[in-house]
Design a protein around this ligand. Sequence first.
Ligand code: ATP
Ligand code: MG
Length: 449
Amino acid sequence: MIRRLLRRMFTTAPTPRLKVYPLKSHGISRDRISSCALRTTEGLQRGGHSAFVVGGAVRDLLLGRDPKDFDLATGATPEEVRGLFRRSRIIGRRFRLVHVMCGPETVEVSTFRGTQGDGEEGDQLHDEHGRILRDNVFGSQEQDATRRDFTVNALFYDPAKQEIWDYYDGMRDLKARRLRMIGDPEPRYREDPVRLLRAVRLAAKLGMEIDRATAEPIRRLAPLIEHVPAARVFDEMLKLLLSGHAAECVKELRRRGLHHGLLPMLDVILEQPLGERFVMLALRSTDERILEDKPVSPAFLFAALLWHEVLAAWKKLGKGGMKPMPALHQAMDQVLGVQDEKLAIPRRYDAVIKEMWAMQPRFEQRAGRRPFRLLEHERFRAAYDFLRLRCESGEVDPALGRWWEEFQHASPERREHMLVAEEAPKARRRRRRGPRGGGGAAPAAAAGS
Ligand code: ATP
Ligand code: MG
């Protein structure tokens, strides 16, 4: 208790100590920087301003990864930046920054932000996106470093001198693979509870250990996420799910008590034992796709995350005597209706999610022209991937997946042959007369058997 108090008293205003690392000590030469980021830092520096690559890009380069994008930090105000680059625009209101465009590439340039002044502490100045309103107060580079979240995220790279500027021993932490909050972790999490999720996501993504003092308050402060606007939590969850390490992140969130109550989406995912296997398979396959640079659709992911909810609702409605297809549609609406209140998945994904679900029973229809029509559906590929996950998780007979695998790639003659072999008219008539496996709304499980 006293230790915690002392720590809070002495560490809320961390003391930055600048270390400058030359090229030979870090090995990141300027040709690793994107041409747009280079041109922009050069332009700013020619205009008499300091300019650095900052944040995730520097960190990722040092870890030997390709940065997703290059963010720049500068001493120039947004208006000054705007004045230097013809193809640029100021964006954001409460967190104003400048997008500078070169060809297809855009870099984000933000002005060094100041830290909150004394007497303003406890000001929870978030806008509707959770951004601290104070962020439009400009400051020094040192202050800008201080308001960043983790030490490894506060490294500045000067492409002209090929130097790394490090105020908080980020280089040391990076070497030790340690994710450490700048300053006293607790107030930093309180200031912006999304940092709780960022800690877990970045540790999983970067293969880092969360430093003990940084990890300690996480479980205790987890409920604070409830006060973050749903849209911002959703954005962070999306980043997490598309990080290429979703399976790990989700396990880690659970381990640290970050999933419970405050993240209903994860509750849904993890607290249905039947669905867990399916969901973990979906997350792992998403991770693989991302690591192979293949496109991933968030709608696919949400469809997978909620599928077992749909199955449960579908089954229930079927037991109540509803016919399979109307029951499926009602189940989909129910699940999406609940998630709309609880999970904050934007409605714009609904149509695609529904399509993915509604296509699933159609995989069982392998007679006549229906399989051909399904094959031509613009979302066939995604729906088929979805089916494969269902097969792999044991929900559906793998034979059905194999049939479709062959059918898609077969010659026209072979396809006709497959149809005949698989769906004799007699069998079809028999199936039409009465549902198999009891319960008209039994999820499409028995297919292929
Ligand atoms: P990623 O690789 O996922 O993009 P990142 O660290 O680059 O990770 P961004 O959201 O792109 O994450 O943020 C860029 C930089 O802005 C971070 O490296 C960090 O310095 C700072 N930052 C972002 N979010 C926060 C936050 N919630 N609190 C403090 N600093 C933040
Ligand atoms: Mg980034």
